[in-house]
Design a protein around this ligand. Structure first.
Ligand code: MF3
Ligand code: CO
Length: 247
């Protein structure tokens, strides 16, 4: 069941999403070589709780931290640890915020120190995949056009599209229907309706798109060891376009 949110519901989600956005900015300003991924997580935890909100990844299906901090070949769900960030690392930070019963979700990929041209291109293309996906998207658009646009843009730039994780609806719950894949066939899928709230989140690899999960049950890495990037926003479908809540 895909719920249609009222303007009052959307106001609630917007408030949580502002905290997501501000937390990601707070982390972006402070993340540096020499810091551990656990310290990145602590920064986010302090910021979110300081806003009177809950970092809703913490304890979600047993997840042990407030954020996912995914370095280099880690695609998503990297568990914050004592791992020290170094120059040249590609670091995705993904977090969810719960306030007044409403969820917000967003992710960014940060480059530590002076990036290589290849890593910069990976991050830029991943971000652009999101904007390609929402260009012209509105009520009545076919759901799988989102994935079609992400896939077309990523693959035409020589990158891979992760298949085993998708975007999702969001609201009272972090993950609601529908699933929003980053690949698909143009013109297919249900027609989007105004008031649907979706997380659109391209996960893009520099090499092969296949991923494997490490024995910890969370950490997802590229099978070929190539680097990956992630960019996610929560958006509302409107009659005439989309409203991005996490920028
Ligand atoms: N923010 C992630 C998503 O987009 C959720 C991470 S899984 C968790 O679905 F366990 F960390 F919460
Ligand atoms: Co998400």
């Amino acid at each position: 069941m895909i719920s249609i949110k009222s303007e009052k519901d959307i106001d609630g989600i917007r408030e949580s999403c502002k905290i997501v956005r501000d937390t990601l900015r707070f982390v972006e300003k402070r993340i540096h070589a020499g810091m551990t991924t656990g310290e990145v997580d602590r920064l986010a935890y302090e910021y979110i709780t300081g806003c009177g909100a809950i970092p809703s990844c913490l304890g979600y299906e047993g997840y042990p931290a407030s954020t996912c901090v995914s370095v280099n070949e880690v695609v998503v769900h990297g568990i914050p640890s004592e791992r020290v960030l170094k120059e040249g690392d590609v670091v995705s930070v993904d977090l969810c915020v719960l306030k007044n019963g409403w969820q917000g979700d967003g992710a960014r990929t940060f480059l530590i120190g002076t990036p290589s041209e290849a890593d910069k291109r990976l991050v830029d293309v991943t971000r652009q995949c999101f904007f390609e996906a929402i260009d012209g998207l509105k009520a009545g658009s076919p759901l799988y056009d989102i994935g079609y646009r992400v896939q077309t843009y990523a693959e035409s730039n020589g990158f891979g599209v992760v298949r085993s994780f998708t975007g999702h609806g969001i609201g009272r719950e972090m993950h609601e229907d529908p699933s929003v894949p980053n690949f698909g066939k143009k013109g297919t899928g249900m027609r989007l309706k105004a008031g649907m709230v979706l997380c659109i989140e391209p996960m893009i690899t520099a090499g092969d798109w296949r991923v494997v999960t490490l024995p910890d049950g969370w950490t997802s890495v590229t099978r070929d060891g190539s680097k990956a990037a992630h960019y996610e926003n929560t958006v509302v479908i409107r009659e005439d376009g989309v409203e991005i809540l996490t920028v």
